[in-house]
Design a protein around this ligand. Structure first.
Ligand code: BGC
Length: 756
């Protein structure tokens, strides 16, 4: 394969090579017919195939029909890697049928702020949940011969000024939080493509960022696929090529190609840089061509059924006072269905991911179907169809309908104008007409259920009023049916929040640093995003990360480890038992968090490291097992540029949510990793003293000098020792009356570093 590729590259003209590194239109790569190099299609993504009718068509709104599966925000709330794999497999079948070779997804950016307009397209605030869902998605998609293009690399965490803003983020936060999911997916699933984002990262455009694209992605992580630009994200083609970008999208009708050709001819751009991009593109084009399935088709009914099951698994039951849910379809006399979203569902977000759905269920019809007709139902719109103000007549009609019924289900959430690709939300509130409707209906009806449709966290000033609340997300074309299934107990809800729901915007981690100014947004909260922030600051959220109820109950017991003291060389195995202690079959998401008891660096209170979803019949017990590797215990040490698992006690916390820890145990990690601290003249002297190896060298080399002798002996008054030993070591030379030179100190430091 490699040999074939090299030969092919050598037969291509300079012009053909340049043309191959830019799309031929909006959606496909250039072909070179004389050499048999075909064109391949790349289309959005992520939760459905948006295949425009031609390469010159943008195709938003009128793309070819395809199944609209639940959005990423919903799917992540299923915490079900098997399920997301099934969805990805179905997406691959649709890609084959629509002749698409690379699906532009999944989107795995971290939800730094709930205000990001595109959060519905992203998985989570947590890198482990995001990363593991992404791995399952990419593996399943690619096993069917369709490439994934994981996006948007990196730090595209807001839509505000997304094409120009610079995310200012420190190295440790970058590694542990914003790059972590990308690293995992590259290493565990080998995506065919990664999409470089629009924004800048620490001042350098992601599409021109050689550190991100070449040093980290390609060299350090070993990425073998192609780096594709987000659409129009390339500002300067030769800078992008040099930085490691392979394919510029979309095409520009050849504009700029001649400049690149001249640069190569005059030696200003190394032809090898171009050849490297061409080689990578050809490898992927070949792979895609090999897997093409001419005349493929799929079963839209089966995919609709999968979309319904996936939406059902993603719904989160947030409240269920007195077990109001599930409603009994045999005994309920009358039910008020309130809110326009019940008939005109809000099921996907706006922008490039917008699928033209094959079918569209609505909750009202699906509830009627489950009840065998609509004669027990009353319906009221409740609010206007735009994001506008309260409509008094509609409000009153809804109150009247609800008052007369046995129970009311109110559909509310965010209208399209509130959240979209391309701009951010202005606040976390529902439209006033929705909030007023919920308040008013709950005042006249005791048995209220609120069903929410939104792509990210919202505030709920009325949270005490309804007896039940379901978070239905933007659940795809079959979400109406899924809601009906959960309301009447055909499906026992098992989703859990993939993001924290805060009480108010002012409590959110990025509040003081968002949206940034003067073209920069400072990630001042560092690692403390999502639950890590609320926990450290002791701020109670509205609903915590990982939270979700069920119609049954689960009991956890028997936490055990294969060893209590272990090294970073062997995996640690964790086991526990979960019992379904209720009366209905159900599925429980078991979450494993780690807490570092003592660390050299500041760490979150706890961090999610593993999770699983277990299906249990009433009375059934299952053993759940997790395997943890050294990296799960490690932090990224920017001082040494490496992951480091420190020796010490760790607490293993098993939770039903981040705030409901059921079992805890302790393990001791005996790290065999040497922390290769690099000393230099600006390192405070106390660190030399604390490190036995460094101290020994100082003793040998400088122990005769009075100042060092007294500091080493510890005989000096405590305050004075603290004062001096907190100084950078070079500054101490000023107190040695010239007896230790800077040159001597450099030699001592070199000896310490080489001994380490
Ligand atoms: C979006 C990408 C998308 C691309 C192609 C861009 O505006 O950011 O996510 O894949 O358009 O539609």
């Amino acid at each position: 394969m490699e040999a074939g590729i090299d030969e092919l590259v050598s037969r291509m003209t300079l012009e053909e090579k340049i043309a191959l590194t830019t799309g031929q239109d909006f959606w496909s790569t250039a072909s070179v017919e004389r050499l048999g190099i075909p064109s391949i299609w790349l289309n959005d993504g992520p939760h459905g195939v948006r295949r425009p009718r031609s390469g010159g068509d943008i195709g938003i709104g009128d793309a070819k029909k395809a199944t609209c599966f639940p959005t990423a925000a919903a799917l992540a709330s299923s915490w079900d890697t098997g399920l997301i794999g099934e969805v990805a497999k179905a997406l691959a079948r649709e890609c084959h049928a629509l002749d698409v070779q690379i699906l532009l997804g999944p989107g795995i950016n971290i939800k730094r702020t709930p205000l990001c307009g595109r959060n519905f397209e992203y998985f989570s605030e947590d890198p482990v949940l995001s990363g593991k869902m992404a791995v399952a998605f990419v593996k399943a998609l690619q096993a069917e011969g369709i490439g994934a293009c994981v996006k948007h690399y990196a730090c595209n965490n807001q839509e505000f000024e997304r094409m120009t803003i610079s995310a200012e983020v420190d190295e440790r936060t970058l590694r542990e939080l914003y790059l972590s999911g990308f690293e995992r997916v590259v290493q565990e699933a080998g995506p065919w493509a990664i999409m470089a984002s629009y924004n800048r990262v620490n001042g350098v455009a992601a599409t021109e960022n050689s550190r991100l694209l070449t040093a980290i992605l390609k060299r350090e992580w070993g990425f073998e696929g192609i780096v594709v630009s987000d659409w129009t994200a390339v500002n300067c083609k030769h800078k992008s090529l040099r930085a490691g970008l392979d394919l510029e999208m979309p095409g520009k009708g050849g504009e700029g190609d001649e400049i690149i050709a001249q640069m190569v001819r005059s030696g200003r751009l190394d032809e090898e840089t171009l050849d490297e991009a061409v080689r990578r593109i050809l490898k992927i084009v070949r792979k895609a061509a090999k897997h093409r399935r001419e005349g493929a088709s799929f079963d839209p009914e089966a995919h609709h059924a999968l979309a319904r099951r996936a939406a059902g698994e993603s719904i989160v039951l947030l409240k269920n006072e007195g077990d109001l849910l599930p409603l009994d379809r045999n005994t309920i006399g009358s039910l008020a269905v309130i809110g326009r979203f019940a008939r005109d569902p809000r099921y996907q977000g706006a922008g490039s991911s917008q699928v033209n759905p094959i079918r569209l269920d609505n909750a009202y019809d699906e509830i009627a179907r489950l009840l065998g007709g609509n004669n027990r139902l009353v319906y009221a719109d409740g609010y206007p169809d735009d994001a506008g103000a309260v409509d008094q007549a509609q409000l009153e009609a809804a109150v009247k309908a609800a008052r007369a019924a046995e129970a009311a289900v109110i559909f509310a959430g965010l209208p399209p104008r509130y959240e979209s690709e391309g701009f951010d939300r202005e606040h976390l509130d529902l439209p006033p007409a929705h909030n007023r409707l919920i308040e008013a209906v709950c005042r006249v009806q005791q048995n209220c259920v609120v069903v929410l449709h939104n792509g990210s966290a919202v505030t709920m000033p009325w949270v005490e009023r309804p007896r039940a609340i379901l978070e239905g997300w933007l659940g795809g074309q079959a979400s109406g049916g899924a809601i009906a299934d959960v309301l009447f107990g055909a499906v026992n809800p098992s989703g859990k929040l993939s993001e924290t729901f805060p009480l108010r915007l002012e409590d959110t981690p990025a509040y003081l640093n968002y949206p940034g100014e003067a073209d920069q947004v400072r990630y001042g909260e560092g690692l403390f995003v999502g639950y890590k922030y609320y926990e450290k600051k002791k701020i109670a959220p509205l609903f915590p990360f990982g939270f979700g109820l069920s119609y049954t109950t689960f009991t956890y017991s028997d936490l055990a480890f294969n060893r209590e003291t272990f090294t970073d060389r062997e995996p640690l195995k964790v086991a526990l038992k979960v019992l379904n202690s209720g009366r209905m079959a159900g599925r429980e998401i078991v979450q494993l968090y780690l807490r570092d008891e003592e660390s050299r660096l500041v760490r979150p209170e706890k961090e999610l490291k593993a999770f699983t979803k277990v299906q249990l019949e009433p009375g059934e017990v299952k053993t759940v097992e997790f395997t943890l590797e050294a990296k799960d215990f490690a932090y990224y040490d920017s001082g040494t540029g490496a992951w480091f698992a420190e020796t010490g006690w760790f607490e293993v916390l098993i939770g039903s949510s981040s705030a409901d820890i059921k079992l805890t145990g302790k393990v001791y990690l005996n790290s065999t990793q040497r922390q290769r601290k690099r000393y230099h003249k600006l390192v405070p002297f106390k660190y030399f003293l604390e490190d036995p190896a460094a101290r020994a060298v100082i003793e040998q080399e400088l122990g005769d000098t009075p100042l060092f002798a007294v500091l080493l002996s510890g005989t000096l008054d405590g305050t004075l020792t603290a004062l001096l030993s907190n100084m950078p070591v070079i500054k101490l030379l000023g107190y040695t009356a010239g007896s230790v030179t800077a040159e001597t100190l450099e030699q001592v430091i070199t000896r310490i570093n080489s001994a380490g």
